[in-house]
Design a protein around this ligand. Structure first.
Ligand code: GTP
Ligand code: MG
Length: 163
């Protein structure tokens, strides 16, 4: 199953993937150039397995024209924002629209509010994320790649929602 991660630069896409695939966190994570690819297989509760082929895209504006190369063939799109950054939440709304216009019509979409460990710096209320997700038929979760909170749950829930 091809999965693409989209979202502003710095929201933690690469850290989410690193946490999920290797169980690690990198506080000095470097910006992604172009895109990077990793895969990971998980077992679901009904004892089936899902292999995620993950395209971790670059969030910097200069790479935005490349995004269609990665989301076009994808069965799953994970749109990530940073709960401390309203700007990144706006960008998430842009990606939702873009995927609705140009993504595959049966793509499974998830909305992720990352950096949930930074609660004292929160600027995007949980309710705003929930509302955006609900309006667009997306699965919603808040995660922390730093503490690992909800990272496995994110991928398990996606696995359950696959056709
Ligand atoms: P691009 O590759 O430019 O699109 O950025 P990205 O979305 O891949 O961001 P990346 O994963 O490289 O993380 C950016 C910064 O945020 C790094 O300094 C990470 O250490 C930090 N970071 C990522 N996830 C978390 C998190 O859950 N909590 C905290 N506190 N910091 C995080
Ligand atoms: Mg990255």
């Amino acid at each position: 199953m091809q999965l693409v991660l989209l979202g502003d630069s710095g929201v933690g896409k690469s850290c989410i993937v690193l946490r999920f695939v290797r169980g690690q966190f990198d506080a000095t994570s470097k910006v992604t150039v172009g895109a990077s690819f990793l895969s990971q297989t998980i077992a679901l509760q009904d004892s089936t397995t899902v292999k995620f082929e993950i395209w971790d895209t670059a969030g910097q504006e200069r790479y935005s024209a490349l995004a269609p190369l990665y989301y076009r063939g994808a069965g799953v799109a994970v749109i990530v924002y940073d709960i401390t950054s309203p700007e990144s939440f706006k960008k998430a709304q842009y990606w939702v629209k873009e995927l609705q216009k140009h993504g595959s019509p049966d793509i499974v979409m998830a909305l992720v509010g990352n950096k949930a460990d930074l609660h004292e710096k929160r600027e995007v209320p949980t309710e705003d994320g929930m509302e955006l997700a609900e309006k667009n038929g997306m699965f919603f979760i808040e995660t922390s790649a730093k503490t690992a909170d909800n990272i496995n749950q994110l991928f398990e829930e996606i696995g359950k929602r696959l056709p």
